[in-house]
Unconditional design. Structure first.
Length: 232
């Protein structure tokens, strides 16, 4: 295998390793995003039942107040019959009107609460379905993420071993240059050249220079300083 063919493999592997490392790095953030979604679903599920509890409590309270208002109204109407003074009679009538208005408002409120409760209760099945779907999605994500991580770690190990084997095959003088360039720039220390053009900086080399490259002699791009290898 020529030195430049080895460089091509080293470049491919180094780029692949960089992508793998970046993807492995993204794992914890993706997990946090999924956890947040699960927490949102959990909160929505909980809020649904809390709303029902609250509505039931409001209904009970309003019904209690309605009962009090009704008995007060009965008492006021009863009192009305024994009043003989016109002024007192008018005042009592006004009290009765107020009690009636309160009774009517309470009845409306209770009806609205009952309707809202019915709506909420009817939505319970859908809420439960959403919650179980969210839990299922999260579990599947965790499982898939674990499998993906395992795959990437295996790939990383294999690629690193393969890279080391190729690098060991580089001629000593090239290896020294390669090592120092790669130490500074990682995979970007290398570039392919297609039709005399450096793919790192799009600069063209002479036909003679490209010919050398194709014969397996390495060269460094005069513009961007990348170690070059020929591409088909
Ligand atoms: Zn270049």
């Amino acid at each position: 295998m020529s030195a430049t063919a080895i460089l091509r493999e080293c470049h491919r592997l180094r780029m692949h390793i960089r992508e793998l490392l970046a993807e492995i790095d993204r794992g914890p953030r993706l997990l946090r995003e999924q956890q947040q979604e699960l927490e949102h679903a959990r909160a929505a599920h909980q809020a649904h039942y809390e709303a029902i509890t609250k509505l039931k409590l409001k209904q009970r309270e309003d019904e209690g107040t309605l009962k009090q208002t009704e008995s007060r109204l009965a008492k006021l109407e009863d009192q009305l019959t024994s009043i003989t003074v016109q002024k007192e009679y008018t005042a009592k009538l006004s009290e009765i009107e107020q009690a009636k208005a309160k009774k009517s408002a309470l009845e409306d409120a209770i009806l609205a609460t009952i309707m809202e409760l019915e709506e909420k209760t009817a939505a319970t099945a859908a809420v439960e379905k959403q919650w179980s779907q969210a839990q299922e999605d999260f579990q599947r994500f965790q499982l898939e993420a674990a499998e993906r991580l395992e795959r990437m770690k295996n790939d990383l190990e294999t690629s690193q071993a393969e890279l080391a084997r190729y690098e060991a095959e580089l001629p000593a003088d090239l290896k020294r240059i390669y090592d120092s360039l790669v130490k500074a720039k990682g995979p970007d220390a290398l570039a392919g050249a297609r039709n005399r053009i450096c793919q790192g900086c799009r600069t063209a080399m002479t036909e003679a220079e490209f010919g050398e490259l194709r014969r397996g002699e390495y060269r460094i791009c005069t513009r961007c300083g990348r170690l070059l290898y020929p591409l088909e």
